[in-house]
Design a protein around this ligand. Structure first.
Ligand SMILES: Nc1ncnc2c1ncn2[C@@H]1O[C@H](COP(=O)(O)OP(=O)(O)OP(=O)(O)O)[C@@H](O)[C@H]1O
Ligand SMILES: [Mg+2]
Length: 299
């Protein structure tokens, strides 16, 4: 027995070491991975833009030889317009949005902002002009103030409060004992989904970008909060070129252009009234997928 157990244990340890070695190799592969998207050696700084965005025959594959996820997508967004993206799950809405801040480059075709090809400008100068508010927002550990001022560390308290007020976040922030110095994240106060979303809206407002990316679905929040978030989003979108993954009727009604995607292709684009009349696929999505407008809350 004294001999048998150690030998058995030894056998187990040897297999486990093999597994651990393979796992460690994969972890180091990820740590060492370099982003495919880098600045060109002669990349220029994107000057402050007006926000004319143009997709020209953009085809995109996530993998070299794979099926194209976007197929010959062309559309134009004029400065200040709201573009609603609509389509079934997997139709390519998120993919279109990922191409704008250059998380990926198109496989074919090009995307321009004010005539600048995105591949010719530096990532910093591009991404600093695009605000992003998604449904699932992650805040980092730190105070609420730091989270709002993330894109603009030198913002004054007055600017931060003004942004929070416009984002309908000021009231819940000041209801915490520590106010704007409340810690969030792992060891701090936990914020609800709706509260996080409003902090993200305040952050985007403070950054004051010309181009906005939004997912207008609100997390599971009560009606009052939802109406507040909708109002904050409307404020945020004013005067900016906004791309919205539309989940709600009010968004498509107010959009300057609706883009209907199906399996990576644009099957229709235009305004709500035209599409309703001329495009059965739009009418179908409108009736089956969009959420009704929330009732506005008095007071
Ligand atoms: N990182 C990825 N790698 C490979 N394929 C992907 C990746 N992300 C998405 N896809 C594929 O690309 C297609 C389009 O996905 P996308 O996320 O753009 O759809 P979506 O319109 O945003 O859908 P949803 O409404 O569900 O969010 C899908 O077929 C999806 O499987
Ligand atoms: Mg998506």
């Amino acid at each position: 027995m004294y001999l048998f157990f150690p030998i058995m244990m030894f056998g187990m340890i040897v297999t486990q070491m093999g597994q651990a070695g393979a796992s460690a190799e994969r972890i180091f592969e990820i740590l060492d991975a370099k982003s495919d998207i880098v600045d060109k050696p002669d990349a220029i700084k994107l000057p402050p833009v007006k926000g004319n965005v143009k997709f020209e025959n953009v085809t995109f594959r996530y993998f070299g030889g794979g099926e194209p996820v976007l197929n010959n997508v062309s559309f134009e967004a004029n400065a200040g317009e709201t573009i609603a993206l609509l389509g079934a799950t997997g139709s390519g809405k998120t993919t279109i949005i990922n191409l704008l801040p250059r998380f990926y480059d198109p496989s074919e075709g090009k995307i321009t902002i004010d005539g600048y090809d995105l591949r010719d400008v530096t990532l910093d100068s591009l991404r600093s002009q695009i605000g992003i508010v998604l449904q699932e927002t992650t805040l980092f550990s730190g105070t609420i103030r730091e989270n709002i001022a993330f894109g603009k560390p030198d913002a004054t308290q007055r600017e931060i409060e003004a942004a929070a007020q416009a984002a309908a976040a000021h009231d819940f922030i000041t209801s915490f004992p520590d106010g704007y110095n409340t810690h969030v994240g792992e060891r701090g106060q936990t914020l609800s989904g709706g509260q996080k979303q409003r902090v993200a809206i305040a952050r985007a407002l403070l950054l004051n970008p010309r181009i906005l990316i939004l997912d207008d679905s609100t997390s599971s929040v009560d009606l009052t909060t939802e109406a507040q978030i909708q109002k904050a989003l409307d404020t945020l979108m004013q005067g900016r070129t906004s791309f919205v993954i539309a989940q709600r009727i009010s968004t498509v009604m107010n959009a300057d252009k609706i883009i209907v995607l199906d399996k990576g292709q644009i099957v229709a684009q235009g305004k709500h009234a035209e599409l309703m009349e001329e495009e059965p696929i739009y009418a179908e999505i409108y009736n089956s997928q969009l959420l009704p407008e929330t009732h506005s809350i008095q007071g």
